[in-house]
Design a protein. Structure first.
Lengths: 422, 277
C-alpha cells in the first residue's frame, strides 16, 4: 500500500516562483533559471512514492535540494507546485488546522542538530509533541517513558539536553518523534552530526526500532554508505532533481547516469582494500643464520605458532612452524630442511576479496611478496575485519590510516590467539 | 540661517491647549485616576505597618534571590535609610518605580513580542523607542504636567516613557535569539503560534527579557528621581531641596539613599534570572 505519493513536487525560491515553474516546464535548468531570473530552484518536479513500512532514503550532496524536499512534505516549506498524498489526502491543499493535525498525528520529524528544548528535561522534551496535542500529563508521561526506554535512555528522564552527549541527544530527538506515535518519521540528516562509531550504533538501532515499531521512514543523508545500509529504496538527488530511484543493488549495478555512477565508484574505490592495506610488518622473521632455537624463542616471545624465514637479502625461504622447529632441535636438523612451502603468497595489490577463498583454506598466514622480498604477512582475521570495517559501516570519510590502524590492532590480537590455539 | 520662521512652538501649544486637552481631557483624567489609584495602593502597602516589617520582607527576598551578601547589604542600607530619617521617602520612590515598572512590563513585553513576530511592527516601533530614549527627559516632564497635573501620576507616566524601551527591545531580542532549528522542530510537531510562543520562544527568551526588566527598573529609578521636579514625592525631593537650598549634606543623604535603593533593586532583579543547574 502506498503511504506517501509525491507528484511533481516543486519549490522555487524567489520573487516570482510561478514564473520559475513555467521556465522549468520549458526545460530550463536550475543554473539557467538562476542566471536569468535570480531565482533558486530548490526541488524540481520530484515524484516518488513510499510504501507503508518502507525505509526510503533520499541521498544527495549539499545543495541538491534534499533538505528542502523533506520540508516540503510536512510543509515547513510551502511547495510552489505539485502534490503530496498522504494516505490519499493531498497535504499541499490542506488548511491550517488539517495541516497541524497531520503534523501532530502522522509526521514525526528528527533533525540534524537535534533541536531539543534546552530548558526542558529529557522527559519533558520527549513529551513535547504529546503536550502540543493536548494529552493529559499522566498519559503523555507514560508514552514518553515508553519512547525513552525504546531508545535506551531510561534513567536520564530528569537530565537536561546539555548534560548529554551528541549521540544521546539524538536519541532524545528520536524518542520525541516516536512518542507521538506517528506512522511516518521524517529524518533530516539525523545522524550526520554524530561521529562515525556512534553513527553506526544509531543506524543499527534505527533498523531494529523500525522493525519493532513498523514505521514508514523517509531518511535524508549525504552519505551513500548510510543510504545503502539503511534504505529499502534510495532516491538520488542532484540539483533538485531525483535522478534515480531504486534498491541499493539496482543503483550499484545499474547507475542511471554519470552522476550516480561517480557516486558508486567512489564508494567502491574506498571499499576495495588491497593486501597491502591490511598486512602487518613481518617483524618476527629469523634470518638464515639463526638456528631453530632462536626461532623457537622468538615465536615464544611473540606468542605465535609459525614464523617466516628469509635469507640475508630478505628473500622468503619458507615457513617454519613451532612443531617443526622443536623437532629440528631434537633431531639436530638444520632449519632449511624443515621449512614448509605450501603457504600462500600474494602481491601487495591483490584485492582483499580475492584472498577470502585462500584465507578459508590455508591454516598459515599469507605472505605478501614485493620485489621478491617479504613485505608483510596477512592473517585470516585481518581479511575479515578489513572487509567488515572497510565496507559500509565507517563511511567514506573514514581515513585509510584509521582503518589500517584498527585492522592492525585486530591482527596483532589474532596472531597471538592463533598461536595459542595451534 | 532663519530664512523662514517655523512656528513649531506656537503650533504645539495651540494643539495642546485648543485640541488635546479639551478633546481628550476626559481620557487623560481616566488615566490619571487609574494610575493614581494604583500608585496609592502600592504606596500605602509599602508604608503600611512598621518599617521593620517591610525591611524584613525585602531582606528575605534579597536573601532568597541574590544570596546572603546582598541580604546583609540590604539590611545595612535600610538601617541607613532609617537613621537619616528617609524611610518614608525611600518607600515613596520605590512605589513610583514599582508602578512604572509594572506598566512598562505590561505594555512593553507584548509590544516586544509583536515586534519580534512582525517585521513591519518592528520597523515602526524601533524609531519610536529611539525617540523615547533620546528625547531629553525634561522635555516630556512639561506635557506630563499639562496633561496629568503635578505629583506622583505624571512622575509615573514620564518614568514609564523613559524606562519602557529596554523592556521592549530585549523582549524582541530574546525572542529573535531563539534558535531557528528549535522553532522549526516545534512547527514540525504541529505547534500553533500560541504554543510556539508560550512553550518555546517565551521560556527561551526569559534570561534576555529579565536583563531588559532589570534595565527598565534602573532607568525607572533614575527617572523617578528627576520626576521630583514635577512634584513626585520621594528621595528625589530631598536631593532637589538640597540643590535649591545649597545644602550639601541634605543632597548627600538623599543621593546615598537613591544609591542604596538602586543597588538593592539591581541585585534582586539580577538574582531573579533563572539559573540552570
Amino acid at each position: 500500500m502506498k503511504k506517501i505519493e509525491v507528484k511533481n513536487l516543486t519549490k522555487v525560491f524567489g520573487s516570482h516562483p510561478k514564473k520559475g515553474i513555467s521556465l522549468l516546464q520549458e526545460g530550463k535548468s536550475k543554473d539557467e533559471i538562476l542566471r536569468e531570473t535570480g531565482m533558486t530552484v530548490g526541488v524540481n518536479r520530484a515524484s516518488f512514492d513510499v510504501e507503508e513500512g518502507e525505509f526510503f532514503v533520499i541521498m544527495g550532496l549539499s545543495g541538491s535540494g534534499k533538505s528542502t524536499l523533506i520540508r516540503l512534505i510536512n510543509r515547513l516549506i510551502e511547495p510552489t507546485d505539485g502534490a503530496i498524498y498522504l494516505d490519499g489526502d493531498d497535504i499541499s491543499k490542506m488548511d491550517k488546522t488539517a495541516l497541524l493535525n497531520v503534523r501532530r498525528k502522522k509526521l514525526g520529524m528528527v533533525f540534524q542538530r537535534f533541536a531539543l528544548l534546552p530548558h526542558r528535561t529529557i522527559l519533558n522534551n520527549v513529551e513535547f509533541g504529546l503536550e502540543i496535542q493536548g494529552l493529559d500529563p499522566e498519559e503523555r508521561g507514560k508514552k514518553a517513558k515508553e519512547a525513552i526506554n525504546a531508545v535506551g535512555l531510561a534513567g536520564y528522564e530528569d537530565s537536561y539536553p546539555d548534560q548529554l552527549s551528541g549521540g544521546m541527544q539524538q536519541r532524545v530527538g528520536l524518542a520525541r518523534a516516536l512518542a507521538s506515535d506517528t506512522d511516518i518519521l521524517l529524518m533530516d540528516e539525523a545522524f550526520s552530526a554524530l561521529d562515525p562509531l556512534i553513527r553506526k550504533d544509531m543506524q543499527d538501532e534505527l533498523l531494529t526500532l523500525q522493525e519493532e515499531w513498523k514505521k514508514t521512514i523517509i531518511f535524508i543523508t549525504h552519505d551513500l554508505d548510510e543510504a545503502l545500509k539503511l534504505g529499502d529504496r534510495i532516491a538520488i538527488m542532484k540539483d533538485g532533481v531525483i535522478v534515480q530511484i531504486g534498491t541499493s543493488e539496482e543503483i550499484m549495478r545499474n547507475p542511471a547516469n554519470e552522476y550516480v555512477s561517480n557516486f558508486v565508484e567512489d564508494v567502491d574505490r574506498s571499499k576495495v582494500l588491497v593486501a597491502e592495506n591490511v598486512m602487518i610488518k613481518p617483524d618476527v622473521v629469523t634470518t638464515f643464520k639463526d638456528g631453530p632455537r632462536v626461532a623457537v624463542r622468538r615465536m615464544q616471545e611473540k606468542g605465535i605458532s609459525s614464523i617466516f624465514v628469509v635469507d640475508k637479502g630478505g628473500k622468503l625461504k619458507g615457513l617454519l612452524t613451532i612443531d617443526d622447529a622443536v623437532d629440528a632441535i631434537r633431531t639436530n636438523k638444520w632449519v632449511e630442511d624443515v621449512l614448509i612451502q605450501d603457504f600462500h603468497q600474494t602481491d601487495p595489490d591483490t584485492p582483499l576479496t580475492d584472498l577470502i577463498g585462500v584465507a578459508a583454506e590455508t591454516k598459515y598466514p599469507i605472505a605478501v611478496i614485493k620485489n621478491e622480498r617479504l613485505a608483510g604477512i596477512i592473517v585470516r582475521v585481518s581479511i575479515l575485519s578489513g572487509l567488515v570495517l572497510g565496507k559500509g559501516e565507517n563511511g567514506v570519510e573514514e581515513s585509510e590510516d584509521n582503518i589500517k590502524q584498527m585492522v592492525g590492532d585486530s591482527i596483532t590480537e589474532d596472531v597471538k590467539q592463533g598461536g595459542e590455539q595451534s | 540661517m532663519n530664512y523662514f520662521y517655523f512656528p513649531l512652538e506656537e503650533w504645539t501649544n495651540m494643539f495642546v491647549d485648543d485640541w488635546l486637552i479639551p478633546t481628550l481631557g476626559g481620557f487623560f483624567d481616566g488615566i490619571r485616576a487609574m494610575i493614581g489609584w494604583v500608585l496609592d495602593i502600592v504606596a500605602s502597602i509599602l508604608l503600611w505597618g512598621p518599617p521593620e516589617l517591610w525591611a524584613i520582607i525585602i531582606i528575605a527576598i534579597a536573601w532568597k534571590t541574590a544570596g546572603r551578601g546582598v541580604a546583609i547589604f540590604t539590611l545595612i542600607g535600610f538601617l541607613y535609610l532609617g537613621s537619616v530619617d528617609l524611610w518614608v521617602e525611600g518607600m515613596q520612590t520605590l512605589s513610583i518605580v514599582i508602578v512604572a515598572t509594572i506598566f512598562s512590563i505590561i505594555i512593553g513585553i507584548p509590544i516586544g513580542i509583536w515586534s519580534a513576530k512582525s517585521k513591519t511592527a518592528d520597523r515602526i516601533i524601533r524609531p519610536i523607542l529611539d525617540f523615547m530614549q533620546t528625547l531629553p527627559s525634561f522635555v516630556y516632564l512639561i506635557p506630563a504636567i499639562l496633561l496629568f497635573g503635578l505629583g506622583g501620576v505624571p512622575a509615573v507616566i514620564s518614568t514609564f516613557v523613559f524606562a519602557t524601551p529596554p523592556c521592549v527591545r530585549l523582549t524582541n531580542l530574546g525572542i529573535r535569539q531563539v534558535p531557528e532549528d528549535v522553532v522549526e522542530a516545534a512547527r514540525a510537531f504541529g505547534a500553533t503560534s500560541w504554543q510556539m510562543l508560550t512553550k518555546v520562544q517565551f521560556p527561551l527568551a526569559i534570561p534576555t527579557m529579565m536583563a531588559g526588566i532589570n534595565q527598565t527598573i534602573m532607568l525607572a529609578l533614575s527617572m523617578a528621581v528627576i520626576a521630583s521636579m514635577i512634584g513626585a514625592p520621594g528621595l528625589g525631593n530631598i536631593v532637589l531641596a538640597g540643590i535649591s537650598r545649597v545644602n550639601v549634606g541634605l543632597g548627600l543623604i538623599g543621593g546615598l539613599g537613591i544609591v542604596v535603593l538602586a543597588i538593592i533593586l539591581d541585585r534582586i532583579t539580577q538574582g531573579l534570572n533563572p539559573k540552570k543547574t
